[in-house]
Write a protein that binds this ligand. Structure first.
Ligand SMILES: [Ca+2]
Ligand SMILES: [Ca+2]
Length: 237
C-alpha cells in the first residue's frame, strides 16, 4: 500500500511569509491611499439640526475640473455635495472645509483676493438662459436658496459649474459659476466636497479591495503550490 504526504519545505515557508508580507504591505498602502486618511467624513447630525448626512472634503492634490470631481465623488459612493439650505452650506464651510488648503488663492496676484473653494454638485445645462437660468443640483433637489457670491453668477467665460467662492478672501457659503477648465489668470480648483446619505464606505471599500488582493495571492499559492511533495512509500511485505 502506498501513501503520499505533503510537506512544506523551509523555502516554501519563506515564500509564503513573503507573500503574506506583501499582502500586509498592500493593505497598508491602500489604507494610506484612503481619502479618510486625510479628511474623515463628518456627519451633520440630526441632533444638531442637520440632515444626518456625512460630508467629506477631498483634496485632490492637483487641478481638477467639475466632471472629474463628480466622477471621483461617485467612485467614493457619494455625490458632489448639494446645498439646500444656508445652514447646510455653513456647516460645510465651518466643519468640513475650514482649512485654507481647500481654498485656492487667485493666481493673478495679491490684488485679487477672492478664494476658489471646492466644487459642489450644481450645474447648468447647455443652452440655459444666462447667467442664472436653470441652475440645478445633480440630485434633483430644489435649487433654492441660491447663495451666489456678490456679482455672481456672471457666466464670465461660458460658466456652467458650481463651486464655493470666498469673496474678498473670506471663506463662506457663497458660490460662483465657473467654467469646466481653469482659465488662465484665475483660480485653480483642487478640491471638492462629497455628500453621503448614509455612513460612507470609502475605508471599507479600500479594505475589501485589499482583502480581495490577498485572497488572490493565496488562491495563486493554492493553485500553483510551491510545496514540495515528498512521496513516502510504505512497502509492505
Ligand atoms: Ca445636501
Ligand atoms: Ca462666475
Amino acid at each position: 500500500m502506498n501513501a503520499t504526504r505533503c510537506e512544506t519545505s523551509p523555502t516554501t515557508k519563506s515564500r509564503f511569509a513573503g507573500r503574506a508580507a506583501l499582502c500586509i504591505a498592500v493593505l497598508l498602502a491602500l489604507s494610506a491611499l484612503s481619502p479618510t486618511a486625510s479628511a474623515a467624513p463628518v456627519q451633520w447630525t440630526i441632533g444638531s439640526g442637520g440632515n444626518g448626512h456625512f460630508y467629506e472634503g477631498v483634496l485632490f492634490g492637483a487641478d481638477i475640473n467639475w466632471p472629474q470631481a463628480k466622477t471621483e465623488a461617485e467612485n467614493r459612493g457619494g455625490y458632489l455635495a448639494t446645498i439646500t439650505s444656508g445652514a447646510e452650506g455653513d456647516f460645510l464651510v465651518n466643519s468640513v472645509i475650514p482649512s485654507d488648503s481647500f481654498w485656492q488663492v487667485d493666481t493673478r496676484g495679491p490684488a485679487f483676493t477672492d478664494l476658489f473653494g471646492p466644487w459642489i454638485g450644481g450645474t447648468q445645462p447647455t443652452g440655459s438662459p444666462e447667467p442664472s437660468g436653470n441652475w440645478q443640483w445633480i440630485t434633483g433637489e430644489s435649487f433654492s436658496p441660491a447663495l451666489w457670491a456678490l456679482g455672481e453668477p456672471n457666466n464670465g467665460n461660458d460658466e456652467m459649474y458650481l463651486h464655493f467662492y470666498g469673496k474678498f478672501g473670506v471663506k463662506e457659503n457663497t458660490w460662483n459659476d465657473y467654467r469646466n477648465d481653469n482659465p488662465a489668470g484665475g483660480g485653480n480648483i483642487r478640491s471638492f466636497v462629497v455628500e453621503y446619505d448614509a455612513i460612507p464606505e470609502p475605508a471599507t471599500t479600500a479594505l475589501v479591495a485589499a482583502l480581495t488582493i490577498c485572497a488572490a495571492c493565496y488562491w495563486r499559492l493554492a493553485r500553483h503550490p510551491i510545496s514540495r511533495k515528498v512521496a513516502i512509500v510504505n512497502r509492505q511485505g
